[in-house]
Design a protein. Structure first.
Length: 243
């Protein structure tokens, strides 16, 4: 099977890290194609960045060729609904995937994300997914996303400190890492703190493989129906839906 993993930001080093995490979890016969747009924000930190990242996600999906599932590798699940409307194959957001996996191994989980401006987005997604009663708290480690790409930055230590506080203050039984750029930290942090630490990239890969094995595709009844043919103007002319 062939999985397309789209990092919605333009930072290639983060895409490589995400691709490595995805391949480490994938079955031997699963091909991982990890890509990022050429245009858009270098990181996604809040609503404004997210709006300008979505066209790049759709563009990467349209040029990917034949794929069996797509993974949106931003914890905000950037463009997830639009992507599901475009593709008959399963499309999984790493945020939704991580929440569901955490809910299977713990009664309550806390999320540790990067900056506080990302907290409302995550909280709204939890409401949408019906999982607010399973999440003890969404925490911010006050780490800019791109700091995760800097060797020996204080980012890892701040994330670890926030996990420790989540265990003590939230009584969290599992931790969800709230950024694709944290994908390489999950196993080490799980050993350090003695509880499940869930990375959304790995969770999404395993869920994608399961959906493919079950022969399940995105429903085209209702909201995820294929877009109706119409013309788009200006810079978005190339995105015009066709028959």
């Amino acid at each position: 099977m062939r999985l397309l993993v789209v990092n919605p930001n333009t930072t290639a080093s983060m895409t490589r890290k995400i691709g490595e995490a995805a391949r480490s979890a994938a079955n031997a016969r699963t091909e991982i194609v990890a890509v990022n747009p050429e245009s858009g924000p270098s990181s996604i930190e809040g609503y404004y960045d997210e709006a300008f990242a979505i066209p790049g996600v759709i563009a990467e999906m349209r040029k990917a060729g034949e794929i069996d599932a797509t993974i949106i590798a931003c914890f905000d699940d950037t463009g997830l609904d639009a992507a599901r409307s475009l593709s008959p194959a399963p499309v999984i957001g790493i945020g939704e995937a991580a929440f569901h996996i955490a809910s299977l191994v713990a009664g309550k989980f806390s999320v540790v994300t990067t900056l506080s401006r990302s907290v409302p987005v995550i909280e709204q997604n939890l409401v949408r997914y019906g999982l607010t009663n399973r999440c003890a708290r969404v925490r911010a480690a006050n780490v800019p996303v791109l700091d995760l790409e800097i060797p020996n930055s204080p980012a890892r230590g701040r994330i670890s400190t926030e996990i420790d506080q989540a265990i003590r203050e939230d009584r969290a039984e599992a931790i969800v890492l709230g950024c694709a750029g944290m994908a390489d930290l999950a196993a080490e942090l799980s050993r350090e703190h003695g509880l499940p630490v869930v990375d959304g990239v790995v969770a999404a890969v395993k869920l994608a493989e399961s959906l493919i094995a079950l022969g399940l595709k995105t429903s085209k009844h209702g909201g995820y129906a294929t877009p109706r043919p119409k013309s788009f103007s200006g810079a978005f002319a190339t995105f015009s839906p066709t028959d």
